[in-house]
Design a protein around this ligand. Structure first.
Ligand code: HEM
Length: 423
């Protein structure tokens, strides 16, 4: 039930873009899990799959539930916006997240080198330095005006700076990358009207052209992502098509930092909102800080992952929780609510750092396409959390309901105003 006492599922009123749902999705997600675990949603044309066991089962059967629809626009793109994309030859062929074919394993191995433990260990000092710099900016704003926005000062740019360093890309303008990537998310996972679609398509097309130019001119002997892609040869000795290389970069440069920005914002909101835990993180308690930080990060992933849904498409009729899905059914996996499934997590609504089964959530997917950035995202969140809590032990949230990003697959606070506690 919602706060209004009306069951939105029974009344066919699930609207995943509704600001009220985006603000507090828990009730509807629980309702779906309990009463309609495999539910056809008229608005998106997708089958919503809500139970943890069903989602895991879908992700474990990639031959029946294929990922080719992972990056297709959920709101049909108007021909006028499509023409803007077509003019630059915009195409996202099957590469990583949207590739259920034979080339996936090779491309995954190629990209994984940038996120291997030895590689991301080099990012640790970068993350720590950036988090310290951000904390100093927050202090400055608090001193000057009594409040500070942690999204603008901490979470917005930090993951992009880390990613750029890891991929050895040195000629990216950060505000431009953020505009391109946020507009791409909205174009493919949002509900924009036609005029907005055209604006977003212009940005996506610019991004695409920029990537093509960089990839065509990449030095195959270099260490950057662009160079590694230019030098790569497939099993039959062929170079990658430039469209494939662009597709990989497009996805990585968006998914590799926007998701973490969203996650850091949610982590900070959740932990600053629990003063006892914030104080423990600041080092006031006896419990080892690093451990409590990683346990808190895991609980936020379980309860409030930023990647709230992910898609698959069926190759043949298949049954899930008593419901038969036809072939070519679009499936929307409700990752967010699956972390509160009482069949897997005891007292699921409670925030219990270090709980049993803590890592059994599906925030990073499962199986063949499991997120390549999971270790990096966890590390960034843990470090930022610890450093912010230590540097700013006295902060408190100013807004209980900040404006939210509410796309089909992405959810996070867009602003996080804090002030100093008046203790
Ligand atoms: C908290 C932050 C993040 C979350 C919640 C997240 C979540 C996800 C999810 C749900 C998937 C789909 C998994 C599946 O289909 O089974 C995925 C795939 C992927 N993610 Fe992430 N992600 C995050 C951060 C990152 C970062 C930082 C990177 C890169 C630096 C990254 C790179 C990828 C890649 C390359 C894939 C596709 C893997 C494949 O298809 O083989 N992600 N992620």
């Amino acid at each position: 039930m919602t706060a209004l006492g009306v069951c939105p599922v029974a009344h066919g009123q699930v609207d995943l873009f509704d600001p009220a749902f985006v603000e507090s999705p828990e009730g509807v997600l629980a309702e779906l899990r309990e009463t309609a675990p495999v539910y056809f949603d008229e608005i998106t044309g997708c089958w919503l799959v809500s139970r943890h066991a069903d989602i895991r089962s879908v992700l474990s059967r990639p031959d029946i539930f294929r990922p080719e629809n992972a990056l297709t626009a959920v709101t049909a793109i108007d021909p006028s916006a499509l023409r803007i994309l077509a003019r630059v030859g915009f195409e996202l062929p099957a590469t990583l997240a949207n590739n259920g074919g034979a080339s996936h394993a090779d491309l995954r191995t190629l990209v994984r080198q940038f996120f291997a433990p030895a590689s991301i260990a080099t990012a640790l000092p970068v993350i720590r330095a950036l988090a310290m710099d951000s904390a100093a900016l927050v202090k400055q704003d608090l001193d000057a005006s009594g409040e500070a926005d942690l999204v603008a000062l901490v979470t917005r740019d930090l993951p992009a700076r880390v990613l750029i360093a890891l991929l050895h890309l040195d000629d990216i303008n950060l505000p431009t990358l953020k505009r391109w990537s946020q507009d791409s998310l909205e174009l493919f996972w949002g509900n924009p009207d036609v005029e907005r679609q055209r604006e977003l398509a212009v940005q996506a097309a610019e991004f695409y052209l920029w990537l093509r130019e960089r990839l065509l001119n990449a030095d195959p002997a270099g260490a950057s992502l662009f160079s590694v892609l230019a030098a790569h040869r497939t099993a039959d000795g062929q170079p990658l098509r430039v469209q494939e290389s662009i597709g990989i970069c497009y996805f990585l440069l968006v998914a590799g930092q926007e998701t973490t920005t969203q996650f850091l914002s949610t982590v900070l909101r959740k932990l600053i909102g629990q003063p006892d835990l914030w104080r423990r993180l600041a080092g006031a308690g006896a419990y080892p800080d690093e451990l409590i930080a990683s346990e808190c990060v895991e609980e936020v992933l379980r309860l409030e992952t930023p990647v709230v849904t992910w898609r698959r498409v069926t190759t043949e009729p298949v049954e899930l929780s008593g419901q038969v899905l036809p072939a070519n059914a679009e499936v929307l996996l409700m990752l967010a609510g699956s972390g509160s499934d009482p069949d897997v997590f005891e007292d699921p609504e409670q925030f219990i750092p270090g709980r049993d089964a803590a890592r059994q959530h599906l925030a990073f997917g499962f199986g063949r396409h499991y997120c390549l950035g999971a270790t990096l995202a966890r590390m960034e969140a843990q470090e930022v959390l610890l450093i912010l809590a230590r540097e700013l032990p006295e902060i408190a949230l100013l807004e209980t309901q900040p404006p939210m990003l509410g796309l089909l697959s992405f959810r996070a606070p867009l602003r996080l105003l804090v002030t100093l506690q008046s203790s």
